[in-house]
Design a protein around this ligand. Structure first.
Ligand code: 3HC
Length: 711
């Protein structure tokens, strides 16, 4: 017999129930827990001493993290998934109809089925602690809130606010949840118990909360009238389709579950919700998104190096180079990790500009209410800078983000080593230069490492960590841990040209140039790749990165890997004509005041090739995607990433590889190595050896092997 998850004691007429799944890191609702809930509420209903229930979590920092995801990934059929959802609804229906008041005290993550449980309770108190995050993230797993969330949330906060939460799979801090009406009271954590018990006592004595619902004319018209709601649903559908390109069925079905429930009533709504949940839970999209959840969760705990020693604490960060990258790193470090940041550049004007750009990141967080005014003031004060190395004597970690040139970086390394304590780590943000080469200039090469951030640093969630040949394991562990404190998803990659991300992007970007010379239209190619699931198309990416930067990276890759990475002539022609991309106001597109003004048609004349409409859409997509998969297979074969998991997570978080496809390696598995080899061989015969399938892929095809175990 395992210990029960639910325990209770009765005091002054109130049953104080605690959920604490034994041995589990967080509370989740499994089938066994569901049975305990049913038993517990049956008992409490019959116990005449009980006049109200107060419910808490026994875990320090989670309330309930939702339904047990491990359990529902094992579901084999639509009918089984529908039953699971209906079972959860039934349990929560008992709570909602419980004849005695049920009050819930929420501290920590209250997500998915956990929030659906809270919604079924009669009163909700939450702590105003940053760990208290409330919401319905199901959409991010490719499913919908299937335990009544699509019914009870719109009834509580109005249809607009509910759709906003459900369709984005958002979680909100407690303060926002309170403003929206998702919880009734907000308290300091020290008061959670007493305030929740007091509410139970009040309700036991007959008091009931008054919830006015959405206010104002818009609230009245859009949330409460059928034509208003119809408009809201139409708009929501349109927005979902625009955002997802129709690749994700869950948000559309969630709209349907909400819509049906509001027009046909709660119990019909619940039935529809369970049916749609059943359909979604067995889709390939949901499987892929759940795999991503488990992969990122596992990565959060991965120290980055085998037998890793404990990471050292980084209290002070210094940055050399206050340009766009340096400032982005500085701003993100103070905002996320709360460390002291010292920035250095050659002159004070650059330092001032860097500090301002770093501060902009903090201002943006304040504007979006991600931090309070008080927190904003506190973190702004952590930023400082100078045109000298003053202050570097106390740095634990120095990140350089200077000009991409080996001699310059080695000079900076020597200067930094002379001014920092022996334990300090020197990290290079290079995207192209081998870390081992940079470390050749070091007196402490064991403390040199690569930390490759992506632009814009505050927004792109990925960080590549690159140990050099002599980097100490403790330095790797420290860089990984610090990257995570900066809020990044971290992968450790080998010190080889392009590392992982630029390496697999190399053939993709190269092919873009060839397509142009073969008569493709710029906006047409971008649209095709967005339709395929990328957030933006390759020409837009190239403009954002900067064509000069792209050319430089391509040069490095070509030097290392030869012809298959040789940039097409089109790129060089554009760079020498001064079209450097967005930053120059012109690249493949024209830009004015930071806005895209459409394709720059004169690019075609410059290259002497007009679009000829001769390329079929399927061919364009294959020419761009297959070489990326080929390069990814080759790089995995060389051990550039430690596991396929790291490779896929890198591509998803680094450049937005479509999540519903799971990542380039999962996608390669879906296509199958044999088919990939055939398609690449055909392209190679038609268009040249840059498409030739790599040995790793051929070998996989021969052995009928996959990157991930089947199933
Ligand atoms: N089911 C199963 N396992 C879960 C889980 C869940 N819902 N939530 C978290 N876990 C596990 C993690 O896999 C991890 O396991 P491990 O230690 O064995 O690797 C462990 O709990 C701790 O998780 P984290 O490392 O992620 O801990 P954090 O403190 O960083 O984050 C969290 C905690 C915010 C709760 C985060 O884990 C999270 O976001 N969880 C998922 C929440 C979610 O998506 N809920 C919806 C579930 S679907 C649902 O409810 C359907 C319903 O509508 C019917």
């Amino acid at each position: 017999m395992t210990a029960p998850a639910l325990t209770w004691e009765i005091r002054d007429g109130i049953a104080v129930v605690t959920l604490d799944r034994p041995g589990a890191p967080v509370n989740t609702i499994s089938s066994a827990v569901k049975q305990e809930f049913i038993g517990c509420f049956q008992t409490l209903e019959q116990d005449a001493r009980v006049r109200a229930v107060a419910f808490f979590s026994g875990k320090p920092d989670t309330f309930i993290a939702g339904a047990d995801i491990e359990e529902f990934v094992r579901i084999g059929s639509t009918a089984e998934a529908e039953r699971l959802s209906a079972g959860g609804q039934e349990m929560l229906d008992r709570v909602a109809r419980f004849p005695k008041p049920v009050v819930v005290g929420i501290h920590g993550a209250c997500l998915g089925g956990g929030f659906e449980f809270a919604l079924a309770c009669h009163y909700r108190v939450a702590t105003d602690h940053p760990k208290t995050q409330i919401g319905l993230p199901e959409i991010q797993l490719g499913i919908l809130p299937g335990a009544g969330g699509c019914q009870r949330l719109p009834r509580l906060v109005g249809v607009r606010a509910a759709l906003d939460m459900i369709l984005a799979g958002k979680t909100e801090r407690a303060a926002k949840a309170f403003r929206l009406g998702m919880v009734d009271e907000l308290v300091h954590p020290a008061l959670l118990r007493s305030v929740t018990l007091a509410a139970a006592k009040r309700m036991m004595d007959g008091w009931r909360p008054h919830r006015p619902g959405p206010r104002g004319l818009a609230g009245l018209l859009l949330d409460r009238t059928p034509p208003g709601r119809a408009l809201v649903f139409r708009t929501a559908r349109r927005q979902v389709l625009r955002r997802t390109g129709g690749h994700y069925p869950a948000p559309l079905l969630a709209i349907e579950a909400v819509r049906h429930g509001l027009s046909a009533g709660l119990s019909e709504g619940l039935k529809r919700e369970a049916r749609l949940f059943g359909q979604l839970a067995v889709t390939d999209v949901s499987r892929k998104l759940v795999q991503i959840f488990f992969a990122t969760t596992a990565l959060k705990k991965d120290p980055g190096v085998a037998g890793a020693p404990a990471p050292a604490d980084v209290k002070r960060l210094a940055i050399v180079g206050a340009g766009f990258m340096g400032a982005g790193i500085g701003g993100t470090a103070v905002a996320q990790a709360g460390v002291d940041v010292r920035m250095k550049d050659a002159d004070l004007a650059r330092v001032a500009a860097g500090l301002k750009a770093a501060r902009d990141i903090l201002d943006d967080r304040l504007k979006r209410r991600r931090i309070t005014r008080y927190e904003h003031q506190r973190v702004v004060a952590l930023l400082s800078g100078a045109d000298s190395y003053a202050g570097f004597g106390r740095a634990d970690l120095v990140i350089e983000a200077v000009f991409e040139d080996l001699a310059v970086k080695q000079k900076v390394l020597r200067e930094v080593e002379a001014r920092t304590p022996a334990h300090a780590i020197f990290a290079s943000n290079t995207s192209t230069i081998p870390i081992t080469r940079i470390a050749e200039a070091a007196t402490r090469p064991d403390r040199v490492i690569g930390m490759h951030f992506f632009s814009p640093v505050a927004k792109v969630p990925l960080l590549e960590i690159i140990p050099g040949a002599r980097t100490a394991p403790e330095v790797v562990a420290t860089a990984v841990a610090f990257g995570r404190r900066m809020g990044k998803t971290v992968i450790v990659v080998q010190d080889a040209p392009g590392f992982w991300i630029n390496r697999i992007l190399g053939p993709y970007v190269t092919e873009v140039g060839h397509l142009l010379l073969d008569g493709a239209r710029i906006d047409e190619v971008d649209r095709l790749m967005v339709d395929w699931g990328f957030p933006v198309g390759p020409f837009t990416v190239a403009d954002q990165v900067g064509l000069d930067v792209a050319e430089k990276v391509a040069g490095v890759l070509q030097a290392a890997f030869g012809e298959r990475m040789a940039p097409a002539a089109s790129l060089a022609a554009l760079v020498s004509a001064g079209r450097l991309g967005r930053k120059a106001g012109r690249g493949f597109y024209r830009y004015e005041g930071g806005r895209t003004k459409g394709v720059d048609e004169s690019v075609y004349a410059l290259l002497g090739r007009q679009p000829n409409g001769g390329l079929r859409p399927g061919e364009v997509v294959q020419r761009l995607v297959l070489p990326m998969l080929n390069e990814a297979a080759r790089a995995v074969g060389e051990g550039i990433v430690r596991t396929p998991r790291d490779g896929d997570i890198g591509a998803l978080f680094g450049f937005g590889f479509p999540p519903f496809r799971g990542g380039p390696l999962r996608h390669a598995d879906d296509l199958g190595a044999a088919r990939l080899v055939d398609d690449l061989q055909r392209l190679s015969d038609q268009l040249g050896p840059r498409f030739a399938p790599c040995d790793a892929l051929r070998d996989m095809a021969r052995r009928d092997a996959r990157f991930y175990p089947a199933g």
